[in-house]
Design a protein around this ligand. Sequence first.
Ligand SMILES: Cc1ncc(COP(=O)(O)O)c(C=O)c1O
Length: 444
Amino acid sequence: MHSGERLPSTRDLAASLRVSRNIVVEAYEQLLAEGYIEGRHGSGTFVSEGTYLEGLADEKFPSIDMRSDSSRYETELIDFRPGIPALNLFPRKLWGQLAEYTYINGPDAAFGYGKPEGCEELRSVLTRYLRRTRGVICEQEQLIITTGATQALSLIAKLMLADGSDAVIEDPITHEIQTMFSMPGTTLYPVPVDHQGMQTQLLPLDIQPSFVYVTPSHQYPLGGVLPIQRRVQLIQYARSTGCYIVEDDYDSEFRYESAPVSSLQGLDPDRVIYIGTFSKILSPALRMGYLILPQSLIARGRNLKRLTDLHTPSMEQLTLARFIDEGYLDRHIAKMRKIYRKRRDFLIATLMASFADRITIMGHSTGLHLVVEFTDVVFTPSLLDAIEQNGVKIYPVEVHAMNKGKQNHRIILGYGNLTEAEVAKGIQRLAAALSQAARTSSTA
Ligand SMILES: Cc1ncc(COP(=O)(O)O)c(C=O)c1O
């Protein structure tokens, strides 16, 4: 009905709809209360003015293609996406039991608003765990539980970068991190990375940055482990320029050849802001990470976390605290390290069998991905597309480069969530796509 149109009387409408008059009266009263209709004394009930909100034309909402790229192949696509742990090996039963225990036995207060910095139980057990496994030296009060490392990074950007700030980052580094640190008025100084991580001899000397961001345990994406000489050089740089070091230790636990390398934080706890995550050692779906701040930033850090999302969900925090405290995390990591080492070895063997001296493999000592550098292939967007058409998805390093054009012959292969059979099929498809592309270009 349109504005100004007269409604039938309640008696007539009830009769035509064959419902009781009370129902119609009730409906009219509701419409009246909400302002859709108005009664005009002596002449009946009318549709009010201004009740119609025009819909937006369909074309203003371009339809979003909700299919992910992989849906073209359904389950067939072999996806070498980095940073994904073996999803089918998440300790579901154990986690479920601990979560059930937490929900049933947790104090009532745990169901209310919590502290922005997180639950005492988790912060206490995590402080001890990080000291033991990563050599991190901190007081519990310095620790803030975050919604993944991503939130920790975004809190750091907001805390430490303002108009006119400088920040030093590794190049290449994930595109997401470049975007998060690109605050208005901030200048990012990329320092090139080689097979051993950031080339600290190239740190810019003529600036006073707010921080230097590094992934020293397993540089993302190239996979280098920062040697002690560079760690020392980096700390000396931070001391002389008066800046902090942001250590993103996102991928430190799965080191295959020897014990994990200790954190940078332990070398100079006052200078290093430390970030970690449970995304790789347990599951990215938990969205559980943490941030260790120096004393001077604790109050502002907690306040910013509070204003962002009050706190990270308490039940998951309490479940994780028990998971660590009862020794399950250590056992899970030890078990997964063996599985991932086997997957990595299989991937390396398959790559060598398929490509031999056409490739160099980098960054394979730690983590859930490695990098392959080809001597004779440039991974252009059209080649990447052709490879995907062949049913395998690989990830170019070039996407993460700030200085463009130097990483085109390198790709990232994540193997954490792939079985040996999937790896074998994936590399076979990659080899077939590359041969096909080489044939096409030689006949063109
Ligand atoms: C270098 C680096 N840091 C941090 C993260 C964020 O991890 P999350 O937010 O899942 O903890 C990622 C994601 O893979 C990453 O590659």
